[in-house]
Ligand binder design. Structure first.
Ligand code: BLA
Length: 521
């Protein structure tokens, strides 16, 4: 195939990462029927780790693998707790060819139509487990207390990266925040002194494709202990009744996308962890952690504590977002009412009243910030703020039929002819009213300099046997882009505010036409 083949980075989102058929090999996965405790799936690394042949385990009772006593413990646990994920881990001792081995068992249920699988992940306990419950509890309580005092999102992010780094020992911890289009930016960072800073760098949306973001809304923490691992297959991995592959959405050991592992290696990252940050029900960003010096394993308790810091931060982010929205909504409503009162000043035209010539002096710019605003009506343009000298083209454009509300933060692209007629204007928000009236807000160009970590649109196409696929970029060298011709975007709330003003002005128009009729009589 020619190297010019184009593949849409959206194809990255097609990889079914929840059913990889394999796990990371630092733990074991066993799935049993919850009712019978008969083993249905097992990861192939059980042979290397504990010496069992996979075929000897499939279809046999869990007790054959973990012994009668441990099985009784598991059964008791499962019968006691409805929400197993809230009760992890369950410490167990497993008899193996090397004697009794201590493990953290991490359990979750997987409903499959009529029956339910119990997915059991076993992670041999390591020395790192030294962090005790009181330690972890003190840490998360302290972080929650500190975050509760803060109102500034950047300050909250700073606390989170410092605390997660102290907790986990990763050598770089970042808060990564998504933009509207799911590109992302590092907004806070704590790193070892010998590492170069990533703070302020931008990454394209295709680095974390849509299905990964969707999965991270459901499962809130993931650890890749070693970016060079060889996956251990889960056998048979296909459900005996439905023929469907085993869903590993909630399995902490889920083997991750090979493309992403390649990405980490290209970046020089040996181990990574990320924690989902949610605000108002949607993925807002991630706490992302890197280890560059080598693989890094963290016990379940430490991962949970990091997840809890993420949850606390998420709650604070949602609370702040709501507070801000309420404040803006309140201010908007009060400005709207003032504008409506002004609009009923019978001594002036509607346009005059909205551009600050009524007694209160309130203007359209108080409702939505912009460099200038224009009220078109009665064949004239009343203006406030800075506007181009010649507004004839604008007047003709809004007087012509069109949508009631138009917003553009890139006029040159969306309405090139109008842009050509309005020098210095890059963004417009316009509402059309009856009688060839309109209100228009204008914004100037806001030149944005974005520093990307590597060229955001340079994807390598790799053909290795199967279909061509997109491979992650190999260079993360800074690449600066200057975004021109665009204005600060019009927020949803601003568009809603002018829509509300439009609706409520219809009544004023009715009133004013009645005055005119009376005056004529
Ligand atoms: C996953 N990509 C991820 C994850 C992160 C990033 C954080 C979550 C897994 C993890 O915790 O490591 C990206 N990591 C970043 C970014 C920074 C960082 C932006 O530290 C910035 C500092 N990736 C590509 C391309 C594709 C792709 C071209 O570059 C697809 C063709 C895919 N990334 C991809 C996939 C996943 C992913 C599929 C999901 C991995 C999984 O959970 O299985």
């Amino acid at each position: 195939l020619p190297t010019t083949t184009t593949l849409d980075p959206a194809t990255c989102a097609l990889e079914p990462i929840h059913i990889p058929g394999a796990i990371q090999p630092h733990g074991l996965l066993v799935a049993v029927d919850e009712a019978t405790l008969v083993i249905e799936h097992v990861s192939e690394n059980i042979t290397d780790l504990w010496g069992h042949a996979v075929d000897d385990l499939l279809g046999v009772h869990l007790a054959e693998l973990v012994g009668a006593e441990t099985t009784a413990q598991v059964r008791h646990h499962v019968e006691t707790f409805v929400e197993l994920r809230a009760r992890n881990p369950l410490p167990l001792q497993i008899p193996t060819s090397d004697g009794l081995v201590d493990v953290d068992a991490v359990l979750h249920r997987l409903p499959l139509g009529a029956r339910t699988l119990l997915v059991i992940e076993l992670e041999p306990t390591t020395d790192l487990a030294a962090s005790t419950f009181p330690d972890l509890y003190q840490t998360v309580r302290h972080v929650a207390d500190v975050l509760a005092e803060l109102r500034d999102v950047d300050a909250m992010a700073e606390v989170a990266v410092a605390e997660v780094r102290a907790l986990t020992g990763f050598d770089r911890v970042m808060v990564y925040r998504f933009t509207e289009s799911y590109d992302g930016e590092v907004v806070a960072e704590s790193r070892a002194p010998d590492l170069e800073p990533f703070l302020g760098l931008r990454y394209p949306a295709s680095d974390i494709p849509a299905q990964a973001r969707a999965l991270y809304e459901k499962s809130r923490v993931r650890l890749i202990t070693d970016a060079r691992y060889t996956p251990a297959r889960v056998l048979p991995g296909i459900d005996r009744a439905t023929g469907e592959p085993l869903d590993l959405t909630h399995a902490g050991l889920r083997s991750v996308s090979p493309t992403h592992l390649e990405y980490l290696r290209n970046m020089g990252v040996a181990a990574s962890m990320s924690v989902s940050l949610m605000s108002e029900g949607r993925l807002w960003g991630l706490i992302t952690c890197h280890h560059t010096s080598g693989p890094r394993h963290l016990p379940f308790g430490v991962r949970s504590a990091a997840e809890f810091i993420g949850t606390t931060l998420s709650e604070r982010l949602s609370a702040r977002a709501e507070e801000t929205e309420v404040q803006i909504a309140r201010r908007t409503e009060s400005t709207l009412v003032q504008l409506l009162i002004a609009s009923r000043d019978a001594d002036r035209t509607l346009g005059e009243t909205l551009t600050g010539q009524a007694a209160s002096g309130v203007t359209l710019l108080d409702l939505v910030p912009a460099v200038g605003a224009v009220a078109v009506g009665d064949g004239r343009c009343e203006t406030v703020g800075t506007v181009p000298d010649d507004l004839e083209a604008l007047r003709a454009w809004v007087e012509a039929p069109g949508p009631e509300v138009v917003s553009s933060a890139h006029l040159a692209a969306d309405h090139p002819e109008l842009a050509a007629a309005l020098p210095g204007v890059a963004g417009i928000l316009a509402v059309r009213l009856p009688e060839q009236r309109a209100l228009v807000w204008l914004r100037a160009e806001d030149i944005e300099v974005v520093t990307w970590a590597g060229h955001p649109h340079e994807h390598r196409i790799v053909v290795d046997g199967g279909a061509p696929r997109i491979a992650p970029r190999t260079s993360f060298d800074r690449w600066t882009e200057t975004v021109r011709e665009t204005s600060v975007p019009w927020s949803d709330q601003q568009v809603q505010a002018v829509t509300a003003l439009r609706r409520r002005l219809l009544e004023t128009l009715l009133l004013r036409s009645r005055w005119n009729v009376q005056a004529a009589l």
